[in-house]
Design a protein around this ligand. Sequence first.
Ligand code: ADP
Ligand code: MG
Length: 327
Amino acid sequence: MVARGRVVTDSLGKTRRLGKRLERGGEGEIFALLDRSDVIVKWYYPEVLKKRGETLHRKVEAMRGLRDSHMTRDVCWPLIRVFDEHHRWIGFAMYRARGVKMGFLAHALLYQRYFPGLDRRQIVGYLIRFVEIVQQLHEAGVCIGDYNLNNIFCMPGSDQVTLIDCDSYQLRVDGTFYPCPVGSPDMTPKEHQGVAFRHTLRNSRSEAFSLAIVLFKCLMLGRHPYDIVGGDDPVRNLRRGHFAYGRGQRDVPQGVWYELWGELPETIRDMFVTTFTEGASAPSRRATLAQWHAALSDYRDAMTAGECAMTLTMPNRPQRAKVLHAR
Ligand SMILES: Nc1ncnc2c1ncn2[C@@H]1O[C@H](COP(=O)(O)OP(=O)(O)O)[C@@H](O)[C@H]1O
Ligand SMILES: [Mg+2]
């Protein structure tokens, strides 16, 4: 592979050698630094730089100005500007996240491979950390916007959570608004559906809705809260607030999925039901991050005290999981 240079300079004009390419994302490539295995460089694709380079550069600079110790540690925040051999800005350096994508934890088949011995208490531990990190971001006026389980890294065997892909976050710095230009409809609340993401103004209520979907997917090992009712697709169910679980609803998935649901504390089930039914079209009805944090902490305490089951009664039965998924 012929790399584009492979040598970059940092903000201080210091030359840095890139190691191998680690990933290709939607907007750029991720390289290791040759002499710092804990630091990686995001190098935007030439066509992205051509089209939106200036906007991106301004946003990343605004982000760098906002960083604090939390952001550096829990979020892979842009830390250092990076230029190519012609001194053109091409991206930034950040810390490398350790751990495994949350997408592999919220997965009925994969979690055992990537998180050996995983139990409910550990899942809840990750979720509490996740909520705390999002709360810190909100306090700094930053919204995640594009919620995606693959951008949340969890360290097996600890509670450590680290967020990546933060150059898409929504923020406001010194009166300038930087939108989150991306998203996926099945993680986006109704009020922001059908509007271009770059024109969407996320707020604490819309964030709370998307965050609740992340929580649900983890506690339910990959099920989407809106993925079954009447055979409709999740986005359609989401827009209608058709949530199949809880309070006298029909079309509830039977078997192991319902058992998983039934083992959650009533408070948490109620918060999901309210958020995903009335809350689908009434943002003020959604459980807040503070409420999630309190409920999850109580849940973890109850498990620690032996008042709630910690083991996952879960699908060692892949064929069954598949059948239910296909309904
Ligand atoms: N800070 C990081 N630590 C570890 N892996 C990362 C980090 N940033 C990106 N990656 C990896 O590179 C992939 C693409 O990066 P991302 O920033 O999501 O690109 P894009 O937004 O262009 O799609 C991610 O899915 C992840 O696997
Ligand atoms: Mg991105």
